[in-house]
Design a protein around this ligand. Structure first.
Ligand code: ADP
Ligand code: ZN
Ligand code: ZN
Length: 768
């Protein structure tokens, strides 16, 4: 009995009995339908149907899977009702708490319940795939692959295939031309190259790549055998914090806390002690970390103290993921560590949920359901009666808002472990500097400090949140700029490979020798990214070992572990990198951090750019001086007086937050208001614009809007008006309270067709 169908699915009239008397099941089907559907439960299935279980049901002329969310044992339904077709598992793979959580996510984020429940259960677990094997895709002949890439690079129909070849070639590290080294698992390759399987199939038919079945890759963390560590003597701050937190954990009711500790204050030790106590109380726990922080270092630290852990990271093979899931589901292990999706871990009786680096925007999922793990964690805490701990040195403004509304208790670690001082931060005004070295990147002060630091045996990190070599390619004669044909984005030049790349869709081109418009050979390669920083610093310090950690280098197999090892063992003198540097690295010998430009995030026209800048600067500065030698930080900027930079310089979180909260309030941005963003996307700009206008007009006629409870802002073109060939318009719903937004999301007509997509992003982390 379909009540309301959204999107592109249409139901045919149902057909079984005239009137059904007997048990019925409410089913959330895995298609974009915002409401669940009712089915008759045939007598032979009655014993096996329970809430949470996955079933197969008819919808229209198709069979789809869905989750049973409720059962009515004795129902009388007038009219025709179709029966469930099959029950797909012996025992539900969701636990009661996560079933409730999934349904809450659907309602709160305006997603289809079936889709939200899909997010709760990983595909590997749902499909029950063959566990011991992976499909590996590899290049047949490296030279042929390079030639094909070169030949077809700028051919529109080859875009997907080129990205696949590039991803495979990138996996083969310098000089070594063994294609087997570059083999990648099918799913990972698809993710990396942003493609469906079809270009891979086409390449295979053309003889350029082949598939091979291989034993499932081993979980890189499965081999870690850390020595058991005993807890250190707590610092006074840690002891005070635990004194506040332990009673809340013991109360076994919901409590939300912010563990606000400066970088190097020993937050992890507080988490570990709480985890140990949770297990001792026979309860289970979840530790959420940003994906990028899920390094061997972090995992080793946890496993050294708590062996009973399932690590759910995104590089797990399907088989390992399913295994970890079962270990959690059966209660064999009671601690789940993982990125945002681990918030749905199938644990019973959760007593503690920790979100480390809670300010990280990677906790927000960017596809439906667009949930934020922080808010889901808080809700799960409510359902389970658990203690939720949000840990960070730089709390998000949302969390600060909740602290101020007394919804979250702040517990502070104001000083570093061992009485170590915070690093001394200097800001260099680049407007008055005559840069040294090639590329005009470094101030004299920074180069001198690097020299001094290396001279005294220290290591250096250089941070720049921009990849590539040149970031602006333009014609000096006519002003032509190299931008993506599918996105309103400038292309980045990579010198290795001499190519231009779009960071959004992966489109690639040969670096031009002449202007495509006016044929002038004067092409300017301006702006710089990490690749050029590396080249430039290597030229200044030719005898030093310089390495790079960014999206490009980290994609190489084994690179994260190798870079971390080499850094720790002192085999790298200078490490250049993007925000990958800022996350959790604890290297005692790094005594100087240079921020090559603090301005990259400030240039982004988004209401969070000040917050992002402040957080990044504090986090990256926090890598310096974690050992016995005090740390130094040098920040280069063209707007040195900006409040984010000044606050980071003085480690003054409080001042930053006070000022930023006032701005947000004045402009009705979170946390002063609740936002939902509606985006209309179409390959036809007019259709996108008109759709956004229609939604806005409709929203302006809602009683809530007329009564002033909700404000509609827009529509307007998105700041990035075109992405992957789709033209984009958006509008914002702004409301002072949470509930009115929840009500309204249901009323927005969704589209998920190829011509037109209308999506809703509640509590967006960016408005780009
Ligand atoms: P944060 O996450 O707050 O930046 P970490 O948890 O990484 O800080 O801790 C910083 C360093 O201090 C780590 O090397 C950690 O092992 C060490 N540490 C933490 N607590 C103590 C303690 N009580 N005594 C000695 N060393 C500690
Ligand atoms: Zn030109
Ligand atoms: Zn693009």
């Amino acid at each position: 009995m379909a009540r309301e169908v959204q999107g592109t699915f249409e139901l045919e009239p149902a057909a079984t009995a005239e009137t059904w008397t007997g048990p019925t099941a409410e089913v959330a089907v895995a298609v974009p339908i915002l409401h669940h559907l009712t089915y008759a439960v045939p007598a032979e299935l009655l014993d096996t149907v329970e809430p949470g279980i996955r079933v197969r049901v008819p919808i229209g002329g198709r069979q789809v899977t869905g989750f049973v969310i409720a059962i009515t044992p004795e129902a009388t339904v007038e009219g025709k009702l179709r029966p469930l077709t099959a029950v797909l598992e012996d025992r539900p793979c969701v636990v009661p708490a996560t079933l409730r959580l999934g349904l809450w996510v659907a309602r709160y984020y305006g997603a289809a319940p079936g889709e939200s429940l899909q997010a709760v259960v990983p595909a590997a677990v749902r499909h029950g795939r063959r566990l011991k094997e992976d499909v590996l895709v590899e290049i047949v002949d490296v030279a042929a692959a390079r030639a094909a890439l070169d030949e077809h690079l700028e051919q529109a129909s080859w875009q997907g295939r080129c990205r696949v070849l590039r991803a495979l070639l990138d996996g083969i590290e310098g000089g070594n031309d063994d294609p087997q080294d570059g083999g990648q698992r099918l799913r990972e390759l698809q993710r990396r190259a942003k493609v469906s399987v079809s270009p891979i199939d086409t390449l295979q038919r053309g003889g350029l790549v082949r598939r091979r079945r291989v034993p499932a890759l081993e979980d890189p963390f499965a081999k870690l055998r850390p020595k058991q560590q005993s807890p250190p003597t707590l610092t006074a701050d840690q002891a005070t914090a635990l004194k506040a937190l332990i009673p809340l954990l013991g109360a076994q009711t919901f409590a939300a806390t912010l563990l606000h500790g400066v970088t190097g204050s020993g937050k992890t030790e507080v988490y570990l002690q709480l985890l140990e106590r949770t297990l001792a109380a026979e309860r289970s726990a979840i530790l959420l970390v940003p994906e990028i922080a899920l390094t061997p270092q972090t995992v080793e630290r946890i496993l050294g103290r708590i062996p009973e852990v399932a690590v759910l990271h995104s590089n797990l093979s399907d088989g390992d993921r399913a295994t970890q899931w079962r270990r959690l589901r059966s209660g064999e292990v009671r601690v789940a560590v993982g990125p945002r999706s681990a918030v749905f871990a199938p644990l019973a009786n959760v007593g503690l949920i920790v979100l480390d680096e809670e300010h990280e925007t990677t906790f927000k999922q960017q596809s439906s359901p667009r949930y934020h793990a922080r808010d889901v964690a808080l809700h799960r805490g409510r359902i389970e009666g658990a203690l939720v701990v949000l840990g960070t040195a730089t709390p998000s403004l949302e969390t600060e808002g909740m602290v101020r509304r007394d919804e979250i208790l702040r517990v502070s670690l104001p000083t570093r472990v061992g009485g170590r001082p915070m690093p001394k931060v200097s800001v260099i005004d680049m407007r008055h500097e005559k840069p040294v070295g090639p590329g005009g990147i470094f101030s004299r002060v920074l180069v001198n400090s690097i020299d001094e630091t290396l001279g005294s045996g220290g290591q250096v990190m250089l941070f720049l949140n921009r990849r590539g070599f040149s970031t602006m390619i333009l014609c000096r004669v006519c002003g032509w700029r190299a931008s993506c044909s599918q996105c309103a984005i400038q292309l980045t030049h990579y010198r290795g490979g001499d190519r231009l790349l779009c960071h959004y869709c992966g489109e690639e081109r040969h670096a031009p020798r002449e202007c495509p418009d006016c044929k002038s050979p004067s092409i300017r390669y301006g702006g710089f990214g990490t690749e050029r920083v590396q080249a430039s610093i290597s030229a200044l310090f030719p005898e030093k070992r310089v390495d790079r950690m960014d999206g490009e280098t980290l994609a190489r197999r084994g690179a994260p572990e190798r870079l971390y090892r080499d850094l720790f063992d002192g085999k790298i003198d200078i490490l250049v990198g993007t925000q990958a540097l800022a996350k959790g690295l604890d290297i005692p010998n790094v005594t100087l951090v240079g921020v090559v430009s603090a301005d990259t995030a400030l240039l982004i026209p988004d209401f969070r750019s000040s917050e992002r800048t402040f957080q990044l600067l504090c986090q990256v500065a926090g890598r310096a001086g974690r050992g016995d030698v005090p740390g130094r930080v040098i920040i280069q900027s063209y707007c040195p007086d900006h409040e984010s930079i000044q606050a980071a310089r003085h480690h003054d979180h409080h001042a930053f937050v006070e000022r930023e909260l006032a701005h947000r309030e004045a402009l009705s941005y979170p946390p002063s208001a609740n936002l939902a963003r509606v985006v209309a996307e179409s390959s036809d700009a007019e259709i996108a614009a008109k759709t956004a206008m229609d939604v806005a007009t409709k929203a302006r006629s809602w009683p809530e809007t007329l009564a002033g409870k909700v404000t509609v802002v827009g529509p307007a073109p998105c700041p990035i008006p075109q992405l992957k060939g789709q033209h984009r318009f958006h509008l914002l719903l702004v409301a002072p309270d949470v509930d009115s937004i929840t009500e309204l999301l249901d009323r927005i007509p969704r589209r998920s067709g190829r011509r037109l997509r209308v999506l809703v992003d509640r509590d967006p982390v960016a408005l780009m």
